[in-house]
Design a protein around this ligand. Structure first.
Ligand code: 6R9
Length: 649
């Protein structure tokens, strides 16, 4: 864990109570109300979750048992049946049929709006088309798509017919897509010809073609025409969205599926080995996202809510699609980059659509800060009433800037801590109740019991840094890692007996606020995206010239962490700038542009312990340009350190 971080956050004393104008309209208006509810929810979690499930969700058949917990395997709401898509659409039609569900703008400025009625029809058509293409409940459909309404439509259509979606972020490479298609046994891939990114077309269909050459057991490809570029066409395999989905019948009765019906697989990086297919199921996940959206974003009928995350990440699943739509909210969706065609693009969109809730990531906030206030000043941001962040610890400077410059000191900020695995937000302020302090995600959400423990699993006193765990199962928790229950047990449940291990370090202060210190394993957090050092190392080592590689994170002003690689070659003489560049491209080719290394340092050897383990802590110091610290007695060959310093100078 990082001592520097602990020291900086400890000195924070600014505290901001909820603004009165916000508080007086909020769902939860005081700490007393929060504490009473939280305590009740934790004293009898099954009663709490059972009541919430009945109040917030529409069931086709009632459940008979709230929780069946055979650690570490949970079943929630057994006996019950519901349809997730019906909960996000059909049940709103009577009252909200004409209310916008999705307001969308593409990067080139094209626009679309879907009311709840229109979205319902589009999802019904897509559901019928998927069934016509042979997709059945329990089959996996892989989605490799731009941020366009069709992505949300496809997600909800899969849910509607009980198919499992596996959304793969459109920045991943063909190999990464193929690996995920293989692991999930995907039957169908839904994609687009291309997407717009900073004025360029990113050729998605070409990448899908390549991915299907690597793993060819995908029967069909469904293609949305987005940019109109010409693409290769395999008439036995490829189908246009406009020829199939848009011509399909718009009547579709939503069948109820058992509570534990698999809803989606989403791949995320672990500290070792291949990406983990995190499996979420239907009713519990929907309950967690519905309840948290309602209280943490304080959703009201007239809100226009914008979560800037891509649906390729968990934040997009839970807080672009499922949570807000299940609450009948209006969501805004944007296809492009924040700095194209100008650095005020987001502020222009907030003004145009009168966005009232804006949920983004610290890395984006740091980029906005860098671009300066001239990009913001021309736009009217007075529609904003609530701000949120997610993805990594937010540094207090960025938090204060967000509050003052974007929120004009009148919007509460919810710093929300959670993970792909947790499905929904676990620790966060309630914006009408919780006093916020820059840098802390503050308090546990209803029904959630986090704790800080030492390596033996003992609870730690206030202000002691330790491991962040969650004590009791919760409805939106992951159920397993797809196809690898052993890894599920080992990763999350083996460190401490019957406690969920998050992989994060944290401390709790004397007021009960949780301060997250970041990952303690070999997972990097680059621009809010989890990447495993191990995956990047494997990509490097697959290059014919590379003998060994070690990858570490390096502090970066904007991205949080940047990727630094130490590489030994079969022939050290080859280590020139051209090879440096081609290794970077090689990593992009294997994993995707989000994993592009910032630095590659060629070295004659890597520092190892006598037992052969790479001493990453030394490499982290070297990458940071600092004198290597700490115990070096286990280092096998101390001259390596001198070499390293020279190579990286
Ligand atoms: C939702 C999401 C999860 C990891 C998590 C932690 C970091 C997320 C945070 C945060 C501090 C916050 N993280 N939110 N750290 N404060 N508000 O990001 O999921 O991609 O699975 O990443 O991100 O380290 O363990 P995921």
């Amino acid at each position: 864990m990082n001592d520097h971080h602990i020291k900086t956050v400890l000195s924070e004393s600014r505290e901001f109570p909820p603004p009165e104008a916000f508080q007086s309209r909020a769902h939860i208006q005081s700490m007393e109300a929060y504490e009473t509810l939280w305590k009740a929810s934790c004293d009898d979690p099954e009663r709490f979750w059972g009541e919430q499930a009945k109040n917030l969700l529409h069931w086709q058949e009632d459940f008979t048992q709230v929780l069946d917990w055979k650690a570490p395997y949970a079943r929630w709401f057994d006996g019950g049946k519901l349809n997730v898509s019906e909960n996000c659409l059909d049940r709103h039609l009577d009252k909200l049929g004409d209310k916008p569900a999705i307001i969308w703008e593409g990067e080139p400025g094209d626009k679309a709006t879907y009311t709840y009625r229109e979205l319902h029809q589009a999802v019904c058509r897509c559901a019928n088309a998927l069934s016509d293409m042979g997709i059945q409940a329990g089959d996996t459909v892989s989605l490799y798509m731009p941020m366009i309404p069709e992505l949300a439509i496809a997600v909800l259509a899969c849910a509607r017919i009980g198919a499992i979606h596996s959304v793969v972020f459109a920045g991943f490479s063909a190999e990464a897509l193929a690996e995920r298609n293989r692991d999930a046994s995907a039957k169908l891939v839904i994609t687009a010809d291309a997407l717009w990114r900073r004025g360029n077309e990113l050729a998605l269909k070409d990448t899908v073609d390549e991915a299907l050459r690597i793993y060819d057991k995908v029967d069909k490809v469904l293609v949305v025409r987005r940019t109109g570029r010409s693409i290769n066409w395999d008439s036995g395999r490829d189908h246009w969205w406009h020829d199939t989905v848009e011509k399909a019948n718009a009547d579709h009765k939503a069948q109820g599926f058992p509570s534990e019906q698999a809803l989606f697989i989403l791949y995320t990086s672990g500290s070792t080995g291949k990406p983990k297919g995190i499996l979420h199921t239907s009713a519990g996940y929907l309950l967690g996202t519905t309840l948290s959206s309602r209280y943490i974003f304080d959703l009201k009928d007239d809100d226009v809510y914008w979560c800037t995350a891509d649906v390729g990440w968990i934040t997009g699943h839970s807080y672009v699609v499922y949570g807000p739509l299940s609450n009948g909210a209006t969501i805004f969706m944007y296809e492009g980059a924040p700095d194209f065609p100008h650095q005020g693009r987001f502020w222009e969109l907030i003004e145009r659509y009168k966005i009232s809730i804006f949920y983004t990531a610290p890395t984006a906030i740091r980029a906005f800060m860098k671009w300066g206030e001239d990009a913001i000043e021309p736009f009217d941001l007075s529609s904003l009433r609530l701000l949120g962040t997610v993805g990594e610890p937010i540094n207090p400077e960025a938090w204060m800037w967000f509050r003052e410059t974007i929120g004009k000191d009148k919007c509460p900020i919810v710093d929300t801590w959670w993970q792909t695995e947790t499905g929904s937000i676990m620790i966060s302020p309630l914006p009408g109740a919780t006093p916020t302090v820059p840098g802390t995600a503050t308090k546990p959400f209803f029904g959630i019991q986090p704790d800080i423990v030492d390596q033996d699993g003992q609870s730690l006193a206030d202000n002691q840094g330790g491991y962040l765990v969650i004590r009791k199962p919760w409805p939106s928790m992951l159920r397993t890692i797809h196809g690898d229950s052993e890894r599920y047990e080992k990763t999350y449940w083996s460190h401490f007996k019957s406690l969920y291990f998050t992989g994060d370090g944290a401390r709790r202060d004397e007021k009960g606020n949780f301060w997250i210190m970041g990952r303690i394993d070999d997972v990097l957090n680059v621009a809010g995206h989890r990447l495993s050092t191990m995956e990047i190392e494997s990509a490097l080592v697959s290059h014919p010239h590379v003998a060994e590689a070690a990858v570490v994170g390096k502090a970066d002003d904007v991205k949080g962490q940047a990727i630094a690689c130490f590489v030994t070659l079969h022939d050290h003489e080859l280590g020139d700038p051209a090879l440096n560049q081609s290794l970077k491209d090689h990593v992009v080719q294997h994993i995707g542009a989000l994993a592009r290394p910032e630095t590659i340092i060629f070295t004659k050897a890597l520092p190892k312990t006598r037992s052969g383990k790479i001493m990453r802590r030394l490499l982290r110091d070297v990458a940071a340009g600092e004198e290597a610290q700490g115990d070096m007695t286990t280092l096998e060959d101390s001259s390596i350190l001198e070499d390293l310093k020279e190579s990286s100078a």
